[in-house]
Ligand binder design. Structure first.
Ligand SMILES: [Zn+2]
Length: 455
């Protein structure tokens, strides 16, 4: 039985889908005005793990990741550069999808774009006005009236904070302390980027996009809404108000939010110079999957501290695992009951316990180091990797092919070492490294490995 922490109740609950075996999963996607940073990517990896665990539990997941391609910052940039918003958003949308692929994050079933749902957003807002939950300002902007939705604040537990009824905020981003009416539709000038609506030219607010697109693809009530913790308020709170206000039904049964990634113990910020993207990680010679491995070492509800040293440790662990399984058979037999029971079941009970992946990783390493037959271990590691997503099948049983040139240098180095010429031996090691290989001296002689170490 899968257990998940639900922000709505602040408790770990049994997960029971509305319509077994189908599971609707909505995960807030990127605003495509910039490259996503490694903190965002941590969230997408956690959501991918959630999807993989659901699938391992035999559920059929319908995953939606929206693309926010209209928003204040995008419009500002487009107006400054005098181009259409697509010119701004398309390259970042493409880069986002490439990032997901490099991190072996499964594709969503649908990636709806906000700009393709403007008509539906207008209709949705009309219903909210009819129901008395929203009001139109003189300038043609439309606001959600939080005083008309008594449950406002239930997700973020706002009851202790002061709700400023009647106060308004127009920006997409506002202070966590501002508990105020929020914009559903923002009026714009006739020469600005916008869409025609019954209230004049304008553009949708950020929150309405997610209510409309989640319900469009998953129904009025769906199983899981996920994102990062900073979305709990106001974004997810406002989505609940809009959606439950409109339908009178529960919006999502589970809200699951992943914790932040810190860099050297601090929040990532451009001003601190600690703002990294996947490109930065690759530029230093790391494998994107080493970042995935690093993310797996922390529970999704704990903060993860990113340092280059911790990424190096993750890369080393991944390299080590790959080296070990190269020597295992690639054609695998069913794992004997013993291996299944002692390791795979422990592994699954860890992942089903609110996605305890760090514990599952530890079980995987116990299994790898156990003295079970390698053919049984090979079968088990493939099963476990369906959840871990480290593409281990690309290494299992694939003995390293050493080019002749490399082998020659290795032999020369061994000669140099034996004759005590350590200077020459070091030079040769360096040359071998340049060709992408690394030598480890073992009591059995030199062992050649693929060098995935950043230089
Ligand atoms: Zn959202």
């Amino acid at each position: 039985m899968l257990k998940l922490y639900n922000t709505l109740s602040r408790k770990v609950e049994d997960f029971v889908p509305i319509n077994t075996p189908k599971v609707g999963l909505y995960t807030c996607g990127p605003t495509v005005y910039n490259f996503v940073h490694i903190g965002n990517l941590r969230t997408y990896i956690f959501e991918d793990i959630l999807q993989r665990v659901l699938e391992a539990d035999s559920y059929e997941v319908n995953r939606v990741i929206n693309i926010t391609d209209i928003e204040d910052k995008i419009i500002k940039k487009a107006e400054e550069e005098r181009v259409s918003i697509e010119v701004i958003t398309k390259p970042y949308e493409q880069a986002f999808l490439e990032n997901l692929q490099k991190l072996n994050i499964k594709s969503a079933n649908v990636y709806p774009r906000a700009t393709e749902h403007i008509g539906k957003m207008i209709k949705y807002i009309e219903v909210l006005i009819e129901k008395g939950l929203a009001y139109v300002e003189k300038d043609g902007s439309v606001y959600f009236d939080i005083s008309k939705f008594p449950e406002y604040g239930k997700l973020s537990q706002l009851d202790k904070r002061e709700i400023k009824a009647g106060a308004r905020v127009k920006a997409d981003e506002y202070s966590k302390e501002d508990v105020v009416d929020f914009a559903l539709w923002k009026a714009v000038g006739s020469d600005e980027i916008g869409y025609d609506s019954p209230w004049g030219k304008g553009r949708p607010g950020w929150h309405i996009e997610c209510s409309v697109m989640s319900q469009e693809y998953l129904g009025d009530t769906f199983d899981i809404h996920a994102g990062a913790v900073d979305l709990i308020f106001p974004h997810h709170e406002n989505e609940i108000a809009q959606s439950e206000g409109k339908t009178g039904k529960k919006f999502a049964n589970f809200f699951i939010e992943g914790e932040h990634l810190l860099v050297d113990g601090q929040k990532m910020a451009k001003s601190l110079g600690n703002f990294f993207t996947l490109k930065d990680i690759e530029a230093k010679g790391f494998d994107p999957l080493a970042f995935r491995y690093l993310v797996l070492t922390a529970h999704y509800r704990d903060k993860l501290n990113f340092t280059w040293e911790s990424l190096q440790a993750a890369q080393n662990a991944l390299n080590n695992l790959r080296e070990i399984i190269r020597d295992w058979p690639s054609s695998v037999i069913a794992s004997p009951e013993g291996v299944r029971q002692s390791y795979y079941q422990k592994f699954m009970s860890a992942v089903n316990n609110d996605l305890n992946i760090p514990q599952a990783l530890a079980v995987m390493w116990d299994m790898v180091k156990s003295d079970n037959p390698t053919s049984a271990k090979a079968k088990s590691i493939l099963e476990m990797d369906k959840i871990l997503g480290l593409k281990l099948d690309e290494y299992l049983g694939k003995k390293l092919e050493i080019p002749e040139e490399v082998q020659k240098l290795v032999n020369q180095r061994e000669q140099a070492r034996k004759s005590g010429d350590f200077k020459k031996s070091d030079e040769l090691r360096h040359e071998i490294k340049k060709l992408g290989f690394e030598i480890e001296d073992t009591p059995q002689g030199p062992k050649i490995k693929i060098d995935k170490q950043p230089s």
